[in-house]
Structure formats: C-alpha cells, structure tokens
Write a protein that binds this ligand. Structure first.
Ligand SMILES: [Zn+2]
Length: 205
C-alpha cells in the first residue's frame, strides 16, 4: 500500500502538494506543514488563508520604483526626506529590505524583478529596464547605483545597464567587492552592505 496516497485524506494530500510547490520546501517539510495546519485552531487557519488572499489582492507594484506596495506610489518614492538624486537598482524586493536594514542608504530604489540569464531565457526585455529609463527622463537623477547580486547574472545585468545608462550622462556606480561572491544581496549582513555602498566605484562603460 502506498503510504502517501491511500493513507492520506485527499484534501490533506492536496495541501501537501501545494506546499511542495513552494521554494525551499521538500516533501518532508510539506508534510510537516500540512499536518501542523491540520491541528491548528480553525481561526488561525482562517487568518493564514486570509493573509495569503490579501497579499494577492492588495499588494501591487509601485508604478515608479516597481517595488511591492499597497499604496501607489510607494512610501519610499513619496518620502520627502529621501535623496531623489540617487537610485539604487536591485534585482528583487527583498534586496531593498536588506539595504534598508543596513541604515546606510537614503536614496530611492528601482527593482528589476530578476537578472539577465540566457540559461533561463531571461533577457533585458523581461526586466523593468524601460521603467528605469523613464525615471531618468523626469527625475533629477544624478547617480545610479547598480546593486545587482555579485554572481554571473548580476554582473551581466550590471554591464548591460552601464552600457545603457552611461550615454545618458548619469553617473553609474557598482557596489564595492566584499559581498560574498555568488551570494545574494538579500543575505548580506548590515556591516558588509554598508561597506559595499560606501566603497562603491564608478563603472567604466
Ligand atoms: Zn516606489
């Protein structure tokens, strides 16, 4: 007898399947999570389900910086205290959380939602680059900090953006080395991130 199919109630098997599709969740973790939910008080399970639905209904992308937000434009884009002459370009919304945690950056952001990766069939046209160019036309931007990840895809994206941005007369810089190579910005500690920002260098295009 197959343990996971016959011995598992159908709705539970379906929940296990759904968890298994999430990033970083293996079959064992999916089972544990599903059984945990099964034992949860109904009110807690309802709160979780409501939170999942709400994030899909109410969270959208900021029309300026493309970060996830429930108000458009987002709170960073409308914050008068931030330096509007600098835009820090990141791959993912989580990278912004890391940079904000480091308390070492006061400018604006732009989220590309990915990086150039020929292996995965992701080209420049799949990223929010047109939106970035549009901002250069209207805002008083003087410096673009390329904070894409220090791996192959991140470097390729930084090179591509440099060639795109330099002719527009804006200063283009890249976070200093020192970030763990091959790692994600998202996992860098505050001190390392602050140093990488402080030591950023101008890109030669
Ligand atoms: Zn924004």
């Amino acid at each position: 007898m197959n343990e996971t199919t016959s011995a598992t109630a159908a709705p539970l098997a379906r929940l296990i399947d759904e968890f298994h599709r999430l990033p970083g969740i293996g079959p064992k973790s999916a089972q544990r999570l599903a059984y945990y939910l099964l034992r949860m008080p109904p009110a807690d399970a309802q709160a979780l389900a409501a939170a999942i639905l709400e994030v899909k209904e109410r969270v959208t992308l900021c029309s300026i910086c493309q970060n996830v937000t429930e108000v458009d434009p987002c709170r960073v884009c409308t914050d008068e205290r931030r330096d509007r002459a600098t835009i820090c370009v990141v791959e993912e919304p989580l990278d912004i959380l890391a940079l904000e945690r480091s308390h070492s950056y006061q400018g604006l952001y732009h989220v590309l939602h990915g990086a150039i990766s020929p292996m995965d069939g992701i080209g420049p046209e799949d990223l929010k680059m047109t939106e970035l160019l549009q901002r250069l036309r209207s805002d008083e931007v003087r410096e673009i900090i390329l904070a894409t990840n220090p791996n192959l895809e991140g470097e390729a994206t930084a090179m591509y953006l440099t060639r795109l941005l330099k002719p527009l007369g804006v200063k283009v810089t890249r976070l200093a080395r020192g970030l763990p190579v091959g790692g994600d910005l998202e996992y860098a500690d505050d001190v390392t991130l602050a140093r990488a920002l402080e030591g950023r260098q101008e890109m030669q295009g």
